[in-house]
Design a protein around this ligand. Structure first.
Ligand code: ADP
Length: 368
């Protein structure tokens, strides 16, 4: 049982004489992690993810706010008294020890009996499928095997909470996706509370029960993966979650009969339809901004929409077999569309765009 509560956590690293007014690395962050939850913290490099994780682990001092585990204040407890295990990106294995000794080390410190250590090492090794590597040294293992040993060393202690700091970043793409599935399985089997830090939104979306999106030390939104995707609270989250990113298009709101459109220029009007939110309907003649995800841009070679029409030039084309990304020039900007098709598209050719109704976001607010 482990519920983690962060209340108004803040941290500012000491500045040098040159930059004495450093911004806060963590700025008033509050959220709860439920018992047995897999919480992912995601955000761009430098947003404060590792700092926050290290504050929870007890490796960084907390300047303001309260950190509690199961209702007990942790701020001043040393890392070893928090019953937490942390897995790092660089594995941090002892190079001179075998896999067996690396995993057994923490249990030896706890003065467990030899037979108990052996039983737990075997059990953990089986869970992680490294039982045939127990007598090898870390340098003879592949990246994936080393990462499993690092995870094994953490879970063997059966702590209340697991913290993962970008543990899969050093692995190649195929191994990363395999390890993602194994981590999900591991989470189901050991039923522990886990906090996982990553800059990779795909990893966040696939692993998290819930995801906390951080930017510049601040919590932007905490939600389930689908809710983050469908209802982002601001432009940062809208642009960060989803790959390729959401397209943002500005233009003047126009109306003919009961049909609204976004006017970029006289010969580029994008149809929005009639079900535009009432708040936006009042902005005819004003500039608005829409957000549209790549899969909600429909491309065609002949004009579909009346009274609007927008014919754009193809700048680049990526064919992935199962889907295609098509980059189009919209005046000085680029927008990207995604479709499931194997039909080739010529660079420099021109395609009409249409937006899928229901997929349009209106005037998403700025982040701060
Ligand atoms: P992330 O893990 O999201 O990449 P970090 O938590 O490592 O971000 O860093 C957040 C901010 O704090 C960054 O601006 C970084 O430069 C700064 N920072 C991190 N560690 C230190 C440190 N030991 N001393 C001073 N500044 C630091």
């Amino acid at each position: 049982m482990a519920t983690i509560t962060l209340e108004n956590l803040s941290k500012r690293y000491a500045g040098t004489a040159k930059d004495s007014v450093r911004p806060k690395a963590i700025d008033d962050v509050s959220f709860d992690v439920q018992d047995k939850e897999f919480m992912v913290i995601v955000g761009p490099s430098g947003c404060g993810k590792s700092t926050l994780l290290r504050m929870i682990a007890g490796l960084e001092e907390i300047d303001g706010g309260t950190l509690s585990i199961d209702g007990k204040r942790m701020n001043d407890l040393s890392p070893r008294d928090r019953d937490i295990a942390m897995v790092f990106q660089n594995y941090a294995l002892y190079p001179h020890m075998t896999v067996y000794d690396n995993m057994a080390f923490g249990l030896k410190l706890k003065r467990c009996s030899k037979s108990e250590i052996k039983e737990r090492v075997m059990q953990t090794a089986q869970l992680l499928e490294i039982e045939n590597e127990l007598y090898r040294k870390p340098k003879t293992l592949s990246g994936g095997q080393r990462q499993r040993v690092a995870i094994g060393r953490a879970i063997i202690r059966r702590p209340k909470v697991f913290l993962f700091d970008e543990p899969l970043s050093n692995l190649d793409a195929k191994l990363r996706s395999q390890m993602r599935i194994e981590l999900q399985k591991l989470h189901r089997e050991i039923k522990a509370t886990m906090i996982y830090v990553t800059h990779d939104q795909t990893e966040a979306m696939t692993l998290g029960n819930r995801i906390a999106v951080l930017n510049k030390g601040k919590l932007m939104q905490l939600d389930t993966p689908l809710h983050l995707y469908n209802c982002p609270v601001n432009k940062f989250v809208a642009g960060f979650i989803g790959s390729p990113s959401m397209n943002f298009i500005k233009g003047i709101l126009g109306k003919v009969d009961d049909c609204f459109f976004l006017e970029r220029s006289l010969d580029c009007k994008i149809l929005l339809g009639s079900d535009v939110p009432v708040k936006i309907q009042r902005k005819v003649g004003e500039e608005i901004e829409i957000g549209i995800r790549p899969e909600n841009i429909i491309l065609s070679t002949c004009q579909q929409d009346e009274p609007a029409s927008c014919l754009l030039e193809v700048m680049a084309f990526e064919n992935m077999g199962n889907e295609q990304l098509i980059f189009l020039i919209l005046q000085s900007e680029t927008i990207v569309a995604r479709r499931n098709s194997q039909e080739m598209v010529d660079i420099g050719s021109r395609l009409f765009i249409e937006l899928r109704r229901g997929g349009i976001f209106y005037n998403i607010k700025e982040e701060f």
